[in-house]
Write a protein that binds this ligand. Structure first.
Ligand code: SAH
Length: 384
């Protein structure tokens, strides 16, 4: 399938050199990197030192995420001197919108440029009353799943909370604003290999004083990084867990997902079985590779072991490196075989086909294939 850009609107917003519009990076503390309680404590301390009333902390915090501002000068409910003092001690980082593309089906894709020139993708998927935002947790990815465009670009760096939750914040700052009802960590990167960034981000997304999105409407998707699954299960909120299974045997899975060597299927399934909430299996349908009857039988067995719900995902063909999507009738037969074995199964629709909306595809299109900075799984990556 070729990408049809005549059907979509691409709005280049930046000059070709993103560095030109960046300026020097500020040296003050970025309030957007702090989880809600930490930010409020920090603000209370700072206000106390200045003899300002403590209630101002909540007032300022409300303008970081819930009713976001572009800069402190926009918090007009504060005295001007206080706004100026805030600007001398802190800053609010922004992500620069580099490209915005709209698909025929209403899906929108955003390419954001970070302060260091790294590019990340965010996809907004409308569906009836819902607006699901697919966010990135890393620039690039170390995992090298064979069918994934992000894997092909290699790992660049972890994102900070201000850059992960910042994707939601930036869309709220648009005119008109986009207000997501659901969040999925299914953009670029492996969230469980950036738990240090993802953990406070979950609080920012969920806390009613910040972005206020219900925990059941926030899904973290992982290849099965076990320490991350444990860390997520230890949080009290009802965040949802999705596991990218993609192959029902170690033999096949390790050819598609090198991470299977470190976290073999049996351990991932055992972790899913002990997770105290219902888990979803993601299973991308690769024509002639993992879509046969035997795979359905094996997958049903795994799903039953941990009472998982299965999402069958048609392969998004852009940049899919030699794989072809399973034909629709093959997917339907596969779904029937799972359901016949008592496994709840949904077949996902591919969205944004005309705008390269799958993981990593837009950045790849923009930059070409880059030599990765680091690709080792254990190296510079901050695991849970
Ligand atoms: N690293 C995490 C989250 C990011 S990818 C994970 O792997 O779960 C989100 C989902 O998109 C994963 O299930 C991934 O396997 C899938 N994906 C990647 N490339 C795809 C493509 N071309 N078509 C369909 N799904 C794809």
């Amino acid at each position: 399938m070729t990408l049809d850009h005549s059907m979509s609107t691409a709005l280049p917003i930046l000059p070709s050199d993103p560095a030109a519009s960046r300026g020097a990076s500020p040296v003050t503390e970025n309030l957007l990197d702090l989880a809600p309680d930490a930010a409020l404590t920090r603000l209370q301390g700072w206000l106390g030192e200045r003899g300002e009333p403590a209630y101002r902390a909540a007032q300022i915090f409300a303008r970081l995420w819930a009713r976001p501002v572009r800069g402190f000068d926009e918090i007009t409910e504060l005295p001007k001197a206080l706004r100026e003092a805030l600007g001398e001690s802190f800053h609010l980082s922004r992500l620069t919108l580099s490209t915005r593309q709209r698909s025929n089906d209403g899906t929108e894709k955003f390419l954001f440029c970070m302060h260091d020139g790294q590019l990340i993708e965010t996809v907004a998927i409308p569906d009836g009353d819902r607006l699901t935002l697919c966010i990135s947790s890393q620039a690039g990815c170390a995992l090298q799943c064979a069918f994934c465009a992000t894997g092909a670009m290699g790992f660049q760096r972890n994102l900070l909370p201000s850059e992960i939750a910042g994707q939601v914040r930036e869309l709220r700052l648009l005119d008109p604003p986009l207000l997501p009802t659901n969040i999925v960590f299914m953009g670029m990167g492996e969230p469980m290999m950036n738990w240090k960034g993802v953990d406070p981000t979950l609080s920012l997304l969920n806390d009613p004083r910040a972005l206020g999105i219900g925990a059941r409407h926030i899904t973290i998707s992982t290849v099965g990084v076990l320490p991350g699954i444990i860390a997520l299960s230890e949080r009290p909120e009802q965040f949802r867990l999705a596991i990218s299974i993609h192959a029902p045997s170690d033999e096949l899975r390790k050819t598609l997902m090198p991470v299977n060597t470190k976290y073999p299927l049996a351990e991932v399934i055992a972790a899913a079985a002990t997770f105290d909430r219902r888990v979803t299996f993601e299973y991308v349908m690769l024509g002639g590779v993992n879509d046969q009857a035997v795979h359905a039988t094996q997958l049903a067995q795994l799903a039953r072991e941990c009472r998982a719900f299965v999402n069958l995902i048609p392969l998004h063909p852009g940049g899919s490196m030699g794989f072809t999507p399973s034909p629709a009738p093959v997917i339907a037969t596969f779904a029937r075989a799972l359901r016949a074995r008592g496994v709840e199964t949904a077949v996902r629709r591919s969205r944004g086909l005309d705008i390269a909306a799958a993981c990593g595809q837009l950045r790849t299109e923009r930059l070409g294939r880059r030599v990765p900075v680091a690709t080792e799984i254990d190296g510079q990556i901050d695991e849970a």
